[in-house]
Design a protein around this ligand. Sequence first.
Ligand SMILES: [Zn+2]
Length: 279
Amino acid sequence: MPLVSGLEVINECVSRGFVAGAFNTTDLETTLGILDAVDKVGVPTFIQVAPTNVALSGYEYIYDMVARRLEKSSVPVALHLDHGKSLDAVEAALAARFTSIMIDDSEASYEDNIATSSTARQMTPAHLALEAELGSIGGKEDDVAPEYAAHTDPAQAKDFVEKVRCDMLAVSVGNQHGYVPNATIDFDLLAQVWDASPVPLVIHGGSGLPSEQLSRLHEFGVVKVNVASDLRNAMIRSFGEAYAANPNEASLIRVAKDAVAAISDVVERRIRTFNPSVN
Ligand SMILES: [Zn+2]
């Protein structure tokens, strides 16, 4: 089926009680690994790329790769811009026919964050999804570590969402990007933010959180959980192990297929962790 809007993934997940995984791709092997797992489990999903990671491929290649693979899939999947830190990135992803957008001006002042995110809303057609971030998520995002992390203030959540008119809200409630040893969700804070937010929530940093926390997020209004580091790790480890086992390996295809299988395995386990009700 064709790519669907991020709104459709959100709505279907909310109505069916699912949490969508949001998995970062940069390349063919990762894309195939993600979508093989999505087909197997059948839960609506976001596949995404951040501006820092289109250096190799560009937005159009990512779109073509994902859309081509989805022709043989029947699961709703949206193509999402992860951490659009500039309006130029938003414009580029929309021009490449992405169906879901994140604007991230969370390190700016509250007022500037609202202004930039509102402009992104004006640029993003109403039938496509917009994610905005309130509070700044720490840890290492791709190659960039933010200067500071700040928890989401529940008192700001309603005002922010109403002013920006975003469809989902990325929150900072103890989650951290990458593998940060002390990453842990403050569920009291998450509950307060969910109570205040008119739209479903997004948790970044899924790779670094314990499974028992990830499997509770559906009870707290979370509709999307981002996973990137796990997939890069699976890919690099798979190629590295192949080289270590046989530095003279002649079949790149065999090694690449093993990497696809390793990524698929990680994605399947993550989707099942987010959705304990899925068999
Ligand atoms: Zn993130």
